[in-house]
Design a protein around this ligand. Structure first.
Ligand SMILES: [Zn+2]
Length: 290
């Protein structure tokens, strides 16, 4: 009996470890700093707000979000991923595949279900209240990638737990996907002008800055596209990919919240709880046209 148990315990110990925190932290910090440098060198869009004010505000919003993730998401989702791996729960754990293939499939499915979450964040009124502070940024850069309202982070905890449990994502798949998706989210929010042909090629695989810029448009028909987060394939499969809007014709933000006074730090934090305006109409009531 003990000879049977030992290898299983060994296997579960291996499965219990995700990527070391320093690897994820270094990837995040290194990507952020590299993008900030590139944004200085090759900006894609003209800035609306002074950079220092904008970055400080976004990092303050991000700090509260990080606290919400540490306090609410990690203590629930990480033990759940370990449990899923140990007990072989969820879809991929039941498939007769080698471990690397189970991990790869889990990463794909985590990314697909984040696409679905993003669609819900726009379609479900109370979720949009929490996603809107992210879109209300008048500029789009690497700091916007971190600017999610802490309420959106809290609201996404049950979804994240359901993703892990239903897919059967163990700690390796979860931490690998989280690291890749954060690096990608930093990249596609960044205000970096890549050569158009490089971006076109990259766009076959992952979400790119011009692609995601269209999703941040004040025009609803444009914002209702490009929901993918890591791989762009999900928008291709759903027919929701748009690449036909030149970046210089995109106005970034939420139509109803165009004044700098609408998007100060206190206004951003209270936004989900404040009286809601029709996000897709300008303050004069008209719909923005491109
Ligand atoms: Zn969005």
């Amino acid at each position: 009996m003990s000879t049977k148990k030992t290898p299983r315990r060994g296997a579960s110990r291996r499965g219990a470890r995700g990527l070391p925190a320093w690897v994820s932290g270094a990837a995040l910090a290194g990507t952020f700093l590299a993008l900030v440098w590139l944004e200085h060198r090759r900006p894609l869009r003209k800035r609306v707000e002074p950079r220092a004010v904008h970055t400080a505000r976004n990092l303050a919003v991000a700090g509260l979000s990080a606290a919400a993730i540490q306090l609410a998401e990690r203590p629930l989702v990480e033990p759940l991923a370990r449990l899923v791996a140990r007990r072989r729960l969820g879809l991929v754990q039941r498939l007769p595949l080698p471990a690397w293939a189970r991990t790869a499939l889990a990463v794909l499915l985590l990314d697909y279900t984040l696409y679905l979450w993003h669609v819900l964040a726009h379609r479900v009124d109370w979720l949009w209240r929490f996603h809107q502070p992210h879109h209300a940024d008048l500029d789009l850069d690497a700091s916007t990638a971190l600017r999610f309202h802490f309420g959106e982070m809290l609201a996404s905890v049950p979804w994240r737990a359901a993703q892990v449990a239903a897919i059967g994502a163990g700690p390796v798949a979860l931490s690998l996907w989280q690291t890749l998706v954060v690096v990608e989210i930093l990249f596609h929010h960044s205000n970096v002008e890549l050569p158009a042909d490089v971006e076109r090629r990259l766009g076959w695989l992952v979400v790119t800055p011009r692609m995601h810029g269209i999703h941040h448009s004040i025009v609803r028909e444009e914002a209702d596209s490009n929901w993918s987060n890591l791989l762009s394939v999900w928008d291709r499969l759903h027919g929701t990919l748009r690449l036909d809007v030149p970046q210089e014709e995109v106005t970034i933000g939420v139509a109803a919240l165009r004044r700098p006074s609408d998007v100060t730090l206190p206004r951003v934090l209270e936004m989900p709880f404040a009286e809601q305006r029709d996000a897709w109409r300008l303050p004069d009531g008209s719909r923005p046209q491109r």
